[in-house]
Design a protein around this ligand. Structure first.
Ligand SMILES: NC(=O)c1ccc[n+]([C@@H]2O[C@H](COP(=O)([O-])OP(=O)(O)OC[C@H]3O[C@@H](n4cnc5c(N)ncnc54)[C@H](O)[C@@H]3O)[C@@H](O)[C@H]2O)c1
Length: 271
């Protein structure tokens, strides 16, 4: 069987971790075929660390060289990257899930038209497995409470416009409560998990999100409650942050690796 050729778009914290893993641990079944970043220096640096993997001159060039395109770039571009990859006959893994929340149906139609697959890892939350099963029956309610250090919300326009003071916060403060669609809009860099949860379950308007700033916490914590006719599921994930990007949880990277492994292994455990 020929090796699956993987191209990575976005050579930051996630793209770099994935590139190193593919190169070291998946080398029997996969080949790192191309790297691309808007910041060419980042792609070149990662290429040097990943054994001289070719740097693509643009997205089209990367797509030509790949069977699977991994988007690890930005919510502003994730839909366009996925669309171009699917149109080029590639499968696509999407990390910036906030960027596709409004365009999921279009993506589904595109994937079907081109006979390609879209992979969306669970990211930094637990419970997607149970939610996918519960969804086959009736789901009544899905809620996510995300708690982070106030520093994580520095520079968020929604917080500034509401006049919320994060400096010197002494106790937990709820910054936002509303739908996943609104959460992704107002907290674009903080809340990929809201997008993932909503796409797996009740959709962006019915999935409820609460965002909490809590002084003293060092982890990004995501608590999920799912009420369905098959029962109630509660999960709590306390995430260690990625050393290269404190906005990204380490588990999110591992979840992408787990999806890659699952694609390449003969036995698949879990939903
Ligand atoms: N699904 C999840 O659970 C999850 C978790 C954390 C982060 N993310 C998302 O994954 C993405 C990557 O995260 P990261 O921590 O690696 O970020 P990062 O900032 O460390 O790296 C992103 C890289 O992408 C590059 N880039 C931006 N736009 C590009 C484009 N159009 N084409 C090519 N390169 C481009 C940037 O130059 C940068 O090098 C972000 O959008 C982030 O929000 C998803």
């Amino acid at each position: 069987m020929s090796k699956i050729r993987i191209g990575i778009v976005g050579c930051g914290a996630i793209g770099s971790s994935l590139a190193k893993f593919i190169k070291q641990d998946l080398k029997r079944k996969a080949r790192l075929a191309a790297l691309y970043d808007l910041d060419a220096q980042k792609a070149l640096r990662l290429s040097a660390l990943a054994g001289g993997c070719p740097v693509a001159r643009d997205l089209a060039h990367l797509i030509e060289k790949s069977d699977l395109v991994i988007e690890a770039a930005s919510k502003n571009y994730s839909f366009a990257i996925a669309r171009q990859a699917l149109a080029g006959g590639c499968d696509c893994m999407i990390m910036s899930v906030g960027g596709i929340i409004d365009k999921f149906k279009t993506l589904e139609a595109l994937a079907a038209r081109h006979g390609a697959n879209v992979f969306i890892p669970s990211g930094a939350i637990s419970g997607i497995d149970g939610l996918k099963s519960a969804r086959l029956g009736r789901i009544r309610k899905v809620t996510l409470t995300t708690t982070k250090n106030p520093l994580s919300f520095k520079g968020v326009e929604y917080v500034r416009k509401k006049g919320i003071k994060l400096d010197g916060l002494k106790r937990e403060l709820t910054l936002f409560s509303g739908s996943a669609r609104q959460a992704v809009k107002f907290f674009p860099q903080n809340i990929n998990v809201a997008a993932i949860l909503s796409l797996a379950g009740l959709g962006p308007d019915k999935t409820r999100i609460r965002i909490v700033a809590s002084p003293g916490v060092k982890t990004n914590t995501h608590e999920i409650e799912i009420q369905s006719e098959s029962g109630t599921i509660r999960t709590r994930t306390e995430n260690v942050l990625h050393p290269d990007n404190p906005k990204t949880s380490f588990l999110a990277v591992l979840s992408a690796i787990a999806v890659l492994k699952q694609m390449l292994e003969p036995i698949r455990i879990g939903t």
